[in-house]
Design a protein around this ligand. Sequence first.
Ligand SMILES: [Zn+2]
Length: 107
Amino acid sequence: MMRSESRNVQNAQFCTERPTVYTLIGRDGKPYESATPGTLGGHRKDRIYGTLDCPGAARAIARGGYVTQRVFFADEDTAVAAGYRPCAVCLRDEYDEWKRLHGKGER
Ligand SMILES: [Zn+2]
């Protein structure tokens, strides 16, 4: 019956029947309304962005603790400008790059 609930939550923004306004996060970190869905997902509290089908995010969504913190971005540039960092699970290369630039192993 409701066996694939987590899948439905994740794909919700793609299977609406009527035109929807999507709330995306802008470069200033503030939400704005867009007619097109975002290409990247993110976690508001953790300040992480990743792919829409990120296995890490899917697991968190399945646990039920993620949905209220879920945000979306139009593109990677916007996510970075808003102060988010790449997800270590689905954006491994970007994450390594980010770590090199920001982490440096100090702290
Ligand atoms: Zn991810």
